[in-house]
Design a protein around this ligand. Structure first.
Ligand code: CA
Length: 651
């Protein structure tokens, strides 16, 4: 094969219908697939998602624009299907439909599903929570299995590690609430799920095996992962149970964000894309070699119109069928800017409050010119789409690629200029002149502020390595100061599940391996066992004061729009840094007609004092998250390695 003439294909054969896949119309079922150069296409029907039980194989008919079609005069709800594509009279391997919306065990065959039979009770009457402005969100990144797989979750054995494990209230561990109740207690507004679309490397037929994956090994983009359901062999089971998860979170006022991995396929040549239309959906060199911008062996071609359409159709499906509230794009910089803006526009047509953000980097080199891709440095060209703020991340805790590197909270005095850029939401601010590379957001809504995510060491493990000579008490102060920075900065705060009780990812040493500072922690746990990844809820009881502090910060953030300004002009007018001789002791004010806040971040081990502006102030968040009712004025203290927040009401 050779590189195709994509421009010509897209101009001659672009199909804008919304009916690709299997669609049930009462007592008939229509199958449509796009393959302009195929010489024949067959629909194979099966009784089951696996095994030798073919019902029939039917030739499809070619329509305009490269669409192939067959219509069955029955409602195929519950039947399974695949396609076989023929090119130059040579049959390719049988494949699942790229547009399959349901599938059998391990996602090898599509399933025809009447989705109206999959809704939990009250589904259409359960409203999605409102999020007026992305900066109102507090995002909590959770892996479905990690959430409840450990016994300490208090979840019944059958539901541990499953979608349903996130739906159960009233669970406790050592007297503290866990799981769903924990989400409510902490006060986060959105859960961001690591990929729940069907992925490849966990064998759904053998849940008893020790196996694990984050899910960045995508197989079917419109199907759910089976290992999170209680019965992966029943295509409707995972659909019902995931809807139950969404509905439960919605009932509790929590939005659901999906982590979507359209940037590559796990199987490359053996992917459904290649078995449907070879060399169209992936990027290839002139010689037909797959390019590897993802670092996972290939990259998809969002710049090819039918691939772009595939992504958009898929996102619209998740929103409409599953009431999804937002999307986090893995390696978003592999998607071209035009695609990213088109996605935003298409989502806006459904609901302009659907959150959309992603990683502004790639995992390798793409053949597409860097100016055309959704890299962070092109941020102004897609200002309505958020980006992970690695600048604030690294300035808070130190670089992620050198475990010993320190950040602002652990004593690096060179991190201040970058950190201040993060505090203002990474938008221009007249008081800031340095660290220009950290000023990249079009509006504060674009900056997804974090210091811990699934990648790399957890914040706590990082502190255990880079601040190993400090006491645990000091490291806890560093952790809490990190949380204060992320939650009190302008932009959109993002936390990882368990960060609020010092999540750790212990690593099992190999035989004969001697423990050192670094190897006792797992920095890349993508396929590590539960031993590493499972959240231990007893830590919440052990470090309850840390949890309480995160909770207080979230409550404070929600209490005033000054912490959640969505426009750069507002930040410019309502945020001001104090001018001091010591730049490392950061103090800034937030103010409008109604109220003012003074926020201090002290990275030194010793206490620092400062004078409040005139009038009566109230301590609204001390180093432990506590508030005081008595007014104060004059000189106050910010304890060592801590944040304090004072508030004044204007009458
Ligand atoms: Ca799977």
């Amino acid at each position: 094969m050779y590189r195709l003439n994509y421009k010509w294909i897209d101009s001659e054969y672009y199909y804008d219908g919304d009916d690709l896949g299997a669609v049930i119309h009462h007592d008939k079922t229509v199958f449509k697939t796009w393959a302009p150069f195929a010489t024949a296409v067959y629909l194979n029907l099966y009784l089951d998602g696996t095994g030798d039980n073919r019902i029939e194989s039917l030739p499809m008919e070619q329509l305009d624009k490269g669409v192939w079609y067959v219509e069955l005069l029955r409602n195929c709800d519950g039947e399974f299907y695949t396609y076989t594509f023929e090119y130059n009279h040579k049959r390719l391997e049988e494949t699942i439909d790229i547009y399959a919306k349901a599938c059998g065990v391990n996602g090898d065959r599509g399933a025809v599903v009447d989705f109206s039979t999959t809704n939990p009770k009250g589904w259409d009457e359960t409203p999605s929570p409102e999020c007026k402005n992305p900066c109102d969100a507090v995002i909590y990144e959770c892996h479905v299995r990690d959430f409840s797989i450990d016994e300490s979750s208090g979840v019944a054995y059958l539901y541990r590690g499953k979608f349903l494990g996130m739906c159960i209230g009233g669970t406790k561990c050592e007297g503290v609430s866990t799981c769903l109740d924990h989400l409510k207690e902490l006060g986060i507004t959105h859960v961001q799920l690591l990929p729940v679309e069907d992925y490849a490397t966990v064998d759904e037929a053998h849940p008893e095996k020790e196996q694990y994956n984050w899910g960045y090994d995508p197989k079917n983009y419109n199907c759910l992962e089976g290992s999170y359901s209680t019965d992966p062999a029943d295509p409707k089971c995972r659909i019902r149970e995931f809807k139950q998860l969404v509905q439960t979170l919605h009932k509790n006022g929590i939005g659901v964000i999906m982590d979507v991995v359209y940037n590559h396929t796990y199987y490359t040549e053996k992917s459904a894309f290649e078995r449907s239309f070879p060399y169209y959906y992936h990027r290839v060199t002139e010689n037909g070699k797959f390019t590897n911008g993802s670092g996972c062996g290939n990259e998809t071609a969002s710049d090819h119109l039918m691939m772009r359409k595939f992504i958009i159709d898929s996102l619209k499906f998740w929103v409409k069928e599953y009431h999804i509230d937002g999307f986090r794009f893995d390696l978003m910089a592999l998607h071209d800017i035009e695609t990213v803006n088109t996605i935003r526009a298409e989502l806006d047509k459904i609901n302009n409050r659907i959150l959309m953000y992603g990683e502004g980097w790639t995992g390798g080199e793409s053949p597409i010119h860097a100016d055309k891709l959704a890299y962070k440095w092109n941020s102004y060209q897609f200002g309505k789409v958020g980006l992970f703020n690695d600048n604030i991340r690294d300035s808070v805790k130190g670089g992620t690629f050198n475990p010993y590197d320190k950040g602002f909270v652990s004593g690096n005095r060179n991190a201040v200029a970058t950190l201040k850029r993060g505090i203002v939401g990474s938008v221009p601010h007249h008081e800031l002149h340095d660290a220009k590379e950290a000023c990249w957001a079009f509006e504060p809504t674009q900056a997804i502020n974090y210091c811990e995510a699934h990648d790399n060491n957890t914040l706590w493990d990082k502190l255990c390595i880079c601040a190993k000579n400090d006491s645990e008490q000091i490291r806890i102060r560093m952790d809490k100061l990190s949380a204060a920075i992320v939650l009190l900065s302008q932009g959109v705060p993002f936390l990882q599940l368990g960060q609020d009780f010092l999540r750790t990812k212990p690593r099992r040493l190999k035989e004969g391996e001697k423990p050192n500072d670094i190897n006792v922690f797992e920095e890349n746990s993508y396929n590590s066992p539960d031993f590493t990844n499972a959240v231990r809820w007893d830590r919440k009881a052990d470090y309850f004061e840390v949890f309480r502090y995160y909770k207080a910060l979230i409550k404070l953030r929600k209490s005033s729009s000054l912490f959640r300004m969505s426009m750069k002009w507002e930040v410019e007018q309502k945020l001001s840094f104090w001018k001091k001789n010591d730049e490392s002791f950061i103090i800034f004010s937030l103010f409008d007609d109604k109220e003012s806040f003074v926020i201090a971040f002290n990275p030194y081990e010793d206490d620092r004092h400062f004078n409040l502006p005139d009038g009566e102030w109230y301590l609204c968040c001390d180093e432990d998250g506590g508030e005081r009712d008595e007014p104060v004025s004059g000189t106050v203290c910010c304890p060592g390695i801590a944040a304090v927040v004072y508030k004044q009401k204007h009458s």
